[in-house]
Design a protein around this ligand. Sequence first.
Ligand code: GDP
Length: 424
Amino acid sequence: MVKAVVGANWGDEGKGKITDMLAGQADIIVRFQGGSNAGHTIVNDYGKFALHTLPSGVFYGHTVNVIGNGVALNVPILMKEIDSIVSRGVPAPKILISDRAQMVMSYHILLDQYEEERLGKNSFGSTKSGIAPFYSDKYAKIGFQVSELFDETSLRNKVERVCVQKNVMMEHLYHKPVLEPEKILQELMGYKEMLTPYICDVSAYLWDAVQEGREILLEGQLGSLKDPDHGIYPMVTSSSTLAAFGAIGAGIPPYEIKKIIVVCKAYSSAVGAGAFVSELFGSEADELRRRGGDGGEYGATTGRPRRVGWFDCVASKYGCRIQGATDVAFTVLDVLGYLDEIPVCVAYDIDGEITTDFPVTSKLDRAKPVIEKLPGWKCDIRGIREYEKLPENCRRYIEFVEKKIGFPITMVSNGPGRNDIIYR
Ligand code: GDP
C-alpha cells in the first residue's frame, strides 16, 4: 500500500517524526518534491537529527530510501548528510536516486542569493538553497537531469548554452562574476561520480514494489499553504507540496495512494514571508516560540526563529482538504500544556465579512482572525499513550479542532520521540 505523509500548514508540522514513526512498518520511503531548503527533525534511539534531503526512513536497517524525480537534488548536501548519520552510528542506509531527478547547481544557489539581495526588503525570505532558480530552470528545460550525465558531448553543449543565458543575468542584472562552462562541466562530472552507486529507474522499481504489495511511504516537504498553486502565492515554495504530486514526483499511479496522512500542528508556525492571519507578536509569541517544538521554534535548516501563532481552523481545514486527508496526525499538542486558556482562530474577518473558507492571497492579506478561547489543561501530557487518559480539556481541544477542520484526527503526537503517539 502507498501512503503519503504531508503537511496541512506552512511546514514544520512534524512530518519527519510521523514518517520516522510509520517507517517502522514500511519497506520504502520516498521523497518526491522539494530540496535541502527545509529540514525534518527526528529524535530516535541514535539521537537527534536534522535531515534536509534524505528520506526520514534512513534510521531503520530494513528500509529502502528513495529520492524521486520530483526532488531538487543537491548532491554535495546529500553526500554530507549520508556521512553525518553514518558517522553517528546509524548503519549505512540503502539509498536509490531517480535517474530522472535533476540536480541543484552551484549557480542556482548563487542566483537565489543574488536575487534575494536585489529584492532587499521585498525578498521572499528564501533559504537561499537555490530552489526557485532550480525549478525555474527545470520547467524552462535548461536543468540537468541525472541521466544526462552519461553523454558527455551533449552535456558539454548544453552547459555552454546554459552559461550564455545565465551570464547575461550574472553580468547585467547582478553585476557578479560570470560562469565558466569548463567549471560547470567539472561540477557535473563530480556529481556523476558521487551519484553513480545510487542511480535507479525509480518508477520501474516502485511499480514492481507496488505489485509485490510492499508498504511505501511518500514523504512531503513543507505544507499545503506553501504549494505553488494552492498556497499563499507568491510566498510559496517552487514545487508542489501536495500528496497528489507524490504520484508525479515518485512516478507511481495516482490511484495507488490509498492513505493520505496530513500532519497538522496544534498551533501555527511559519518561516519566511507571507500572510499569517493568526500570528502572535511580543511576549506571547516569545513564550510559545520558546516552548514550541522540541527545544523551541527555530528553523531546522537555517536556525531562524519561526513565526508563531494560534491554531488556525480556516487554514488547516483548507490545508487538509487540498491534500485530500484520509487521516490527520495532530502534533506538538504537549506544548500547549502551559496555557490557562487556548485561543483558536475559528474564522476570518475579511472587510467585515466572516468566513471559514480560506481565501486567495489578495484577500488573505486583509483577513483578521476571529478568536474563540478554549480552557487549557495545565499539565504535561507527554508519556500518555491512551486517548481516554488525556485530560478532559485536552480531548475537548482535539475534538473541537476535529469538528472545525472536518477530517478525522486518528493520531495525536504528544512528544518528539518515535513512541510519543496516541492512536484513536
Ligand atoms: P517537519 O519538517 O514537518 O518534519 O517538522 P520539523 O522537524 O521542522 O519541526 C517539528 C519539530 O517539532 C521538531 O523539532 C520535532 O522534533 C518536534 N516535534 C514533532 N512532533 C512533536 C510533538 O508531538 N511534540 C513536541 N514537543 N515536539 C514535536
